[in-house]
Design a protein around this ligand. Sequence first.
Ligand code: NAD
Length: 514
Amino acid sequence: MAEITLPYTPIEDIPKIHARARAAFRAGRTKDVAFRKAQIAQVGYMLKDNEEAVIAAMKHDLGRPPLESEMMDLSPVYAEVRAAYANLDQWVKPQAAEFSLNFFAMGPKLVAEPKGTVLIIAPFNFPAFLLFSPLVSAIAAGNAAVLKPSEQTPAISKIFAELLPKYLDPELYHIINGGVPETTKILELPWDHILYTGNGRVGRIVATAAARHLTPTTLELGGKNPVVIDPRVDLDLAARRILWGRFTNAGQICLSPDYVLVPADFQDKFVAALESMYKTFYPDGPEKSDSFSRVVTKAHTQRIKRLVDETTGTIVCGGQSDVETRYIAPTIVRDVREGDSLLSEEIFGPVLCIVPVKDVDEAVAFINRGDHPLAIYVFSEDPKFEQKVFSNTKSGAAVTNEVVIMPGVHGLPVGGVGASGYGYYTGKHAFEQFTHLRVSLKNPSWVDKIAFGFRFPPYTPSYRKNMRQMGGRLPPRPAGGLAKAAPKRWAFWLAFALVGAAAVLTRQRQLRLA
Ligand code: NAD
């Protein structure tokens, strides 16, 4: 593969790009919904017209099969374009506030306004989807946007920087390319919202930088997604879907299943099913397969290789690697125990660990000792098993008998909780991230004559009465709460009375004796 050098944006140009985007936003072009829709459509055509070149760049940077690029990187952007284009008129409609007799005359409503000039920082693993799906939402909400693609995918980031100004308004929408120094400079500037997708270490840097300007952020982070297996599961289905989710894009998927918690006495059976499925995926071996990607960089290949080399589990499939060609064989490791290298960090590579546990309770306890993941997967036909896992854990998504596909499901956003991030992307949920709901009302002068006149001094006792009448009553007092509180108070007074009576009787007795 020929090396491609990504031209970085000169650092001194970065504040100028920010200023240009801000000035273009203030010029007001994005107020027009028809303009936004045209720009949204252009995002689609930018990719559609150049699909082969983009897919070739993805092949270069990620060694990725064209089908995976089309299915998981480009098609989801087209879906976002279609959804935003079709629904924008509805999304931007002012929302009337809940009806209230006191306030309806003022016509209270919420108006969806753009936040301003927003920053979108994307990672390498789905370079089109994670850059342009938030861009579609940012445009839909009426913002100017600056995009920072990953420097780890030079061919892709280069082609995107060339295409963007040819298709979109070149004053409102910009790409800045670069590495840590460039991104550090970008983060010094005051943005109106930052949506960052990537690892949690950098997520913390982004959130800290944003805090200096009180910039709201959306953090789409990663983590380790567990799978919990019910031994009564459809084994073939579980094996096929789990292996697909782990090995697609060479495991570089934030929602990829990372480890499988399986009852210890079921491990042999489960692993046998995985092994036979593995053979059907790669009949001539994965290294020669056209259906298997490469790791993004030599550094990441080296990192994953180290995790595999240091495991104390047993490798049952794969295990081979070649750092020069960024190849890590799809690998299955069984008997992985707590404290293992493979459980020490998000693998983000094509390695699936099988962790034996006693039962579902131990599986739940295992999950709860870690950070809240982006997704928890359960393979089971038993709703009680499913609920045992989901109602005792927390995660961005709770999914049964499926993995990874959630970002493609219309109407479901992607978002983490705790260490896997906060906020959402895709569809209306992402539109809302980039929207400021501006409160609006218009109060006619006559309102003061029939209500609210009491707020003007000098205050009189009747004003206070009027005010209270408008406020209405509190909800009914909870009976259970009273019942609990009452015995305690009774018990206190009863004890007080008994001690008092005893003291009086004792004193009388003493006096009599005296
Ligand atoms: P990456 O290395 O491409 O970095 C992501 C972005 O952060 C890049 O644009 C990069 O330039 C920037 N960056 C790197 N170091 C920085 C620094 N010191 N200061 C400021 N910016 C910096 O990709 P990555 O972070 O390795 O991405 C993989 C991670 O992203 C995984 O943890 C994965 O789970 C997560 N991810 C999450 C989602 C989601 O939806 N929650 C989606 C995809 C990936």
